[in-house]
Design a binder for this molecule. Structure first.
Ligand code: FES
Length: 250
């Protein structure tokens, strides 16, 4: 992880309050792994914002990041335009472990702004000829994004809380429809991850935790989460954000 300047190549709104930004940086694009994040400095704000990596194009040295406009920091980010640059730390954290995935079927389960990191993961796994099934959950139709991209990776289900698009309900309601799979990877809000890890207890899985962070580099303890086995704590920013499903207490 290094402090880097990234150049904004493109910027577009892809769903309600949801911005996709493509930035250019040789070091990050060549070294980042699925599940890692950028810690983005926002003008006028003391704390950086953690934003997960949604895609990488190594030929073009570009990184795609997505964020939801939820407060003054992300609102400020949403005013940026192509040609401007951002000060980031990255790539940060430990990403998804994928090396031990042989020929198998993987279920990806994403909720809201937890969907983006699963796209780069899914793309990387699909390149290894691993079969991908995905379930993407959103609040309503207006928030849905990346449906087509995930459909290009394999079978894909979209679910909305109010049924305004796709299936009605929560991602856990759709797991049965997905059929058989060997292991799963999930990212989304804590209640969703709790429900998923409970429902899929005993299945090998990895989860990525979305957490508001302080330093983002393991120095401030603002992001700790209790572990199940050792009775200790892990730092989401530096030990995670990805953990084995049975490793942490949600
Ligand atoms: Fe500071 Fe994780 S945000 S230790």
């Amino acid at each position: 992880m290094k402090k880097e300047k990234v150049l904004i190549n493109s910027f577009r709104q892809i769903a309600l309050d949801t911005i996709e930004m493509v930035v250019e940086n040789a070091y990050i694009s060549q070294t980042a792994k699925p599940g890692q994040f950028l810690h983005v400095s926002v003008e006028g704000h003391m704390l950086r914002r953690p934003i997960s990596i949604a895609d990488i194009n190594k030929e073009k040295n570009t990184i795609t990041i997505l964020f939801k406009v939820v407060g003054s920091g992300t609102a400020k980010l949403a005013t940026l335009t192509p040609g401007m640059s951002l000060d980031v730390l990255g790539p940060n954290g430990n990403g998804f472990q994928i090396d031990d995935q042989q020929k198998s079927t993987i279920l990806l389960i994403g909720g809201g702004i937890g969907v983006p990191p699963l796209y780069y993961l899914g793309k990387t796994l699909a390149e290894k000829n691993i079969e991908i099934i995905s379930i993407l959950g959103f609040q309503t139709k207006d928030y849905v994004f990346y449906e087509e991209k995930f459909s290009n990776l394999g079978r894909n289900y979209v679910v909305t809380d109010d049924g305004s698009y796709g299936e009605k309900g929560f991602v856990t309601d759709v797991v049965k429809m997905a059929g058989d799979f060997d292991s799963y990877y999930s990212c989304g809000p804590l209640p969703m991850l709790k429900a998923i890890t409970t429902k899929l207890k005993g299945k090998p899985g990895m989860i990525s935790l979305e957490e508001r962070m302080g330093c983002g580099v393991g120095a401030c303890m603002a992001c700790v989460i209790p572990t199940k086995k050792s009775g200790g704590y892990k730092k989401i920013c530096s030990d995670g954000p990805v953990f084995h499903a049975e490793e942490v207490s949600l």
